[in-house]
Design a protein. Sequence first.
Length: 64
Amino acid sequence: MGLADKAQNKAEEATGHAKESTGRATGNESLEAEGRGDQAEAKTKQAGEKVKDAAKDVKDAFKS
């Protein structure tokens, strides 16, 4: 996982958290739900990247 990808995913997660908080504070259920969705999407991307990293580590272990 590239550093840029990690940073982008974390930024998306933070944006989602901000939307959720703003929606909760203003009583905007739609914005709150959108924020939760954005966070879930970012976390899913992070999990996928971690799987790729683990597979690469296993592949590299067999090369040694």
